[in-house]
Design a protein around this ligand. Structure first.
Ligand code: ATP
Length: 260
């Protein structure tokens, strides 16, 4: 395996087992499971995908809903294991994947800053030193002693992003969390990601906003139903993706007219 890649995804397939029959309650599920009466259907969310990323590159993952972007990022973060293939990450990684992941809903924002910091491997002392900076970036000064469960999705995203980027990680993963932030916060996040990229951080970024991908990313990977459609310079991949989406729109409206 080459040392030149900071993230090396090599022929990765990720599989889920889906129950093929509907089971109405947990008791029935457990009974059937114990009696080996449950049938599972194999579902491949990511199929034989390879992705070689050099330090400092910014990769956008694009594709329609359910194409496997988040699943691939979870495997790169180590949250999920591939069924086939290997993933190597050389360096520290700050994953910002699911809204509120790493937070305890019943704890206050103040407590959660320390908890999330610990999840990312930062000491209590480090978090205390950077506490004010995190709170200021997230803009949650007034809500520090409220439990996170009362936070709006935008507020959770702000806090998660502020904690994940308090240090310069070698690899930053940002999965669609910015979509719930307001315009001002999105701009602030884009600026911080640009600063981190200037400082040498490698970025993996999922967004349905192709303009954001085009402006921030050097490269892009386009997935569709778990397959790689195209991978390469962001501008080229985004252009082809937009073309395909527009062609699909035209086809859909023609088909609709035919059935009317
Ligand atoms: N834990 C799971 N169990 C079963 N299937 C799953 C699980 N997680 C994801 N999937 C399925 O895997 C496929 C890929 O999902 P994934 O969330 O990776 O897509 P995505 O490209 O990130 O979609 P979106 O743009 O909607 O966020 C989907 O069909 C989804 O239903």
């Amino acid at each position: 395996m080459s040392e030149e890649y900071i993230v090396d995804v090599d022929h990765v397939t990720i599989r889920f087992n889906l129950a093929s029959e509907k089971v109405d309650n947990l008791k029935e599920y457990v009974i059937r499971l114990l009696k080996h009466q449950l049938m599972f259907q194999e579902f491949l969310a990511v199929k034989d995908v390879s992705l070689k990323i050099r330090p400092g590159e910014a990769w956008g993952l694009i594709g329609i809903n359910g194409s496997g972007k988040s699943t691939l990022l979870k495997a790169i973060s180590g949250i999920m294991k591939p069924y086939k293939g290997t993933i190597t990450v050389r360096g520290s990684i700050s994953p910002l994947i699911e809204l509120g992941a790493g937070f305890d809903p019943n704890m206050t924002a103040r407590e959660n800053i320390y908890l999330n910091g610990a999840v990312l491997g930062h000491s209590k002392k480090f978090m205390a030193e950077h506490f004010d900076e995190i709170v200021e970036f997230a803009g949650i000064e007034k809500f520090l002693d409220s439990p996170i469960k009362n936070f709006s999705s935008g507020m959770k995203a702000r806090l998660g992003f502020a904690v994940a980027t308090v240090v310069k990680p070698d690899v930053l993963i940002v999965d669609e969390v910015l979509a719930v932030g307001d315009v001002r916060f999105r701009k602030k996040c884009m600026k911080r990601m640009e600063e981190l990229l200037d400082g040498g951080t490698t970025l993996l970024f999922v967004s349905h906003n192709i303009e954001q991908v085009r402006s921030l990313c050097t490269h892009a990977l386009w997935l569709d139903h778990g397959d790689t459609v195209m991978s390469g310079p962001a501008k080229e991949v985004c252009a082809k993706y937009i073309e395909a989406m527009e062609a699909a729109d035209v086809k859909e409206s023609k088909d609709k007219k035919k059935t009317e």
